[in-house]
Design a protein around this ligand. Structure first.
Ligand SMILES: *Cc1c(COP(=O)(O)O)cnc(C)c1O
Length: 454
């Protein structure tokens, strides 16, 4: 029988995360405060616990995964590495297509890989309550689940329009014991200010971030959590690629190209960075390896953005981070891959792209759903709209291999299932989905508002 699913034993869950900062050619650019100086640690310690801040700044290559975290990872990890043999056959490609399936987690995506250690390190640092914001609800669900695992109360500020349109993600968070509020709320000054001006505000991610950060900053035993972008989040996600390497070892293969969808960059970093570790260590198998971050053409941060210092949120509340950005007040069109609508990107992913270590590619919306449907019909799994971006890129690569006869090994990150996204599939199936033009004028406009640094 052909091997379609490469599994590992529970005790093969990695014991250490990989920190790509140890292998960067240049030191990472520090986050800056409003005065243009690096943000002091004490300032960040008002909203993040010390163990996570240490990881955020660490240059140590391997960082131990606590046993308590591995024990919770074991509820769904190691996740399967699968061969998409039926898809290969359908495409008539000589390439071998593999995907790492992260939809097996309780929340249905890769996000609990970081939510669990974030809750754990907060717990041991004495944090009594967590706050966060969520848009469509993927991150809110993940941190609600993780908080419950360690008995930490979680407060989620959910963008009002999603709160009303995506009631089931809200019920999941509440089932895991979290408090969920439609943001803007009257619980915070930031929320009250917005409501005073516009009582019917539908909210935005920027407002929800401000509310969650304000609560965390106001109380010494409350901390804030973030589901992507930051170095420690990417660190935690490397469990994906580390497992994938063990799985490829088992079948005696090594990928030629790795694709991942890219919003804030955490799942892409998670699958790609461990392979870059091989490259850095001079492993011959990785000499020609390509790692490609795939984003929507409607929010083309890596492919059309500027590499510059910018705010992490829309309201200019966070420190400045050096990253590819479309400008913090860029409003991407309302595409269905909600997780890929961020104006910026992870500073680590951005630096690696800037230094030419990784690549980036943008794909249009309708073609991603086309790929998702083709994948679902061949392989059975219903992919999240975000994941469909990587599937599109993997299929296109496999078709190029068909033309050239190359037997490449393609790996992509299937970051989540799409069971809560069927309304988007409905629109695709009804022929109602559109491609948005690359909003050149809007991007030029918002890039004009980049903060001046140095
Ligand atoms: C959030 C999300 C993404 C994008 O976030 P990254 O931090 O770039 O990984 C991708 N896929 C799914 C299923 C998500 O929930």
């Amino acid at each position: 029988m052909q091997t379609l699913r490469v599994t590992l034993e529970q005790d093969e869950i990695p014991t250490h995360w990989y920190n790509v900062a140890a292998d960067l050619t240049n030191p990472p650019a520090p986050p800056l405060g409003p005065d243009g100086q690096p943000v002091p640690l004490e300032k960040m310690a008002t909203i993040f616990p010390m163990p996570l801040l240490e990881q955020e700044m660490s240059a140590q290559r391997w960082i131990a995964i606590p046993e308590e975290v591995r024990q919770i990872y074991a509820l769904w990890r190691p996740s399967p590495l699968c061969r998409a043999a039926r898809l290969e056959k359908l495409l008539g490609t000589p390439a071998k297509i593999f995907y790492k399936y992260e939809g097996v987690s309780p929340a249905g995506s890769h996000k609990p890989n970081s939510a669990v250690p974030q809750a754990y390190f907060n717990k041991i640092a004495g944090t009594k309550k967590l706050t966060t914001e969520t848009g469509a609800g993927q991150w809110g669900c993940s941190i609600a689940f993780a908080g419950q695992m360690f008995g930490l109360p979680v407060r989620v500020f959910m963008v009002k329009v999603s709160y009303e349109q995506k009631p089931f993600r809200r019920s999941m968070m509440q089932t895991w014991g979290a408090e969920v509020f439609a943001s803007p709320t009257n619980l915070t000054q930031a929320g009250r200010d917005v409501l005073a001006k516009d009582p019917d505000s539908q909210g935005s991610l920027g407002i929800a971030i401000s509310e969650a950060v304000e609560e965390a900053a106001a109380s010494p035993d409350t901390c804030y959590t973030l589901g992507s972008v930051l170095n420690h989040v990417l660190l935690h996600q490397t469990v994906i690629g580390l497992e994938a390497k063990k799985q490829f070892d088992k079948i005696g293969l090594y990928p030629d190209v790795v694709f991942g969808p890219c919003g804030g960059g955490s799942s892409f970093g998670g699958i790609a960075f461990p392979f870059l570790a091989d490259k850095a260590a001079g492993d011959k198998r990785a000499a020609n390896l390509r790692c490609v971050a795939v984003e929507p053409t409607s929010c083309p941060t890596l492919t059309k953005g500027a590499y510059a210092y910018d705010f992490g949120d829309a309201s200019g509340y966070t420190p400045l981070m050096k990253m590819y950005t479309l400008g913090h007040d860029f409003m991407p069109p309302g595409i269905h891959a909600g997780g890929l609508r961020y104006h910026g990107d992870s500073p680590l992913v951005s630096q690696l792209l800037h230094e030419g270590v990784i690549e980036a590619l943008a794909v249009p919306q309708v073609a991603t759903f086309e790929a998702g449907v083709q994948f679902a019909r061949a392989e059975g799994i219903m992919p999240a709209p975000e994941s469909c971006h990587a599937i599109r890129a993997a299929i296109d690569e496999a078709l190029r291999c068909k033309a050239t006869g190359e037997e490449k090994v393609i790996l992509f990150n299937l970051t989540g299932h799409g069971h809560f996204d069927m309304a988007s599939y409905d629109r695709y199936l009804a022929g109602k989905l559109e491609d948005y033009e690359y909003p050149e004028a809007a991007i030029a406009e918002s890039l004009g508002h980049l903060p001046k640094v140095g």
